[in-house]
Design a protein around this ligand. Structure first.
Ligand code: ADP
Ligand code: ADP
Length: 218
């Protein structure tokens, strides 16, 4: 069977969540976003949530062992059996190895790694203008993707909020962490011939069209 397991690899603000939600609506692919899973744990005040928050607030990565365990539990769920779009995971080589092992154990493999490339100054501008719906996770941008009614979610009318880690200090650190710990994954996946580069500074619809073309060919 032609299952679709893809990774959106890119810095904070590249548009991974925006594109993953579109793919999830269009293909039989579950959206697995490690950041969203951590934020759900924070909202429910679990022990994992408390631990994760202490790293997220500083813009640091949550340790590999807890991150891997959380994502492995998520991909064992039935909605992940036909395909997954990974958003924000893996972020380290150890996580990439763990994912390869888990998929191999289930006789599956990554079909493509989409490297969403965006310059740092654009990322900083996007993140400072990012607003999210706390109810359904919809992502907006005051400059590039505003809601129809200011401050309210288009789908359910909830008051939009900003993420704590979209403040300037944490954003700067997240971009450094991406360069140091996550960007090396590009080489890892290039060696496996899986990388497709996507120009992430195009309009959302153009980025989507480029990604859909690759996903449809899998
Ligand atoms: P990531 O999940 O990679 O951190 P998001 O999908 O949350 O990125 O997008 C970051 C911000 O940029 C959001 O405010 C989103 O609305 C906006 N955005 C996403 N894609 C684009 C795009 N192609 N052009 C302009 N703004 C975008
Ligand atoms: P963005 O798409 O804007 O980078 P995410 O929602 O993916 O943000 O991640 C927010 C924060 O959650 C990260 O800065 C990090 O602290 C934590 N996090 C998310 N995914 C991972 C991961 N795979 N490994 C370690 N920490 C993670």
């Amino acid at each position: 069977m032609n299952s679709k397991y893809i990774i959106l690899l890119g810095p904070p603000g590249a548009g991974k969540g925006t594109q993953a939600k579109i793919l999830n609506g269009r293909f039989q692919m579950a959206h697995v976003a490690s950041g969203d899973l951590f934020r759900e744990n924070i909202a429910k005040q679990t022990a994992l949530g408390t631990l994760a928050k202490s790293f997220m607030d500083k813009g640091e990565l949550v340790p590999d062992d807890v991150t891997v365990q959380m994502v492995m539990e998520r991909i064992a769920q039935p909605d992940c059996a036909q395909g997954v779009v990974f958003d924000g995971f893996p972020r380290t080589e150890a996580q990439a190895h763990a994912l390869d092992r888990a998929l191999a154990g289930a006789r599956k493999k990554i079909g493509a790694v989409l490297w969403v490339n965006v310059h740092d100054h654009v990322l900083v501008a996007r993140l400072s203008a990012r607003w999210i719906c706390p109810t359904d996770g919809a992502v907006y941008n005051l400059e590039t993707n505003p809601p129809q009614v200011a401050g309210k979610c288009d789908k359910d009318g909830s008051a939009l909020t900003q993420r704590d880690d979209d403040k300037p200090g944490a954003v700067r650190r997240r971009l450094e962490v991406f360069q140091a710990q996550t960007k090396p994954l590009l080489e890892y996946y290039r060696r496996a011939n899986l990388v497709h580069e996507i120009q992430g500074e195009q309009a959302i619809e153009r980025v989507q069209a480029d990604i859909v073309r690759i996903v449809e060919a899998l």
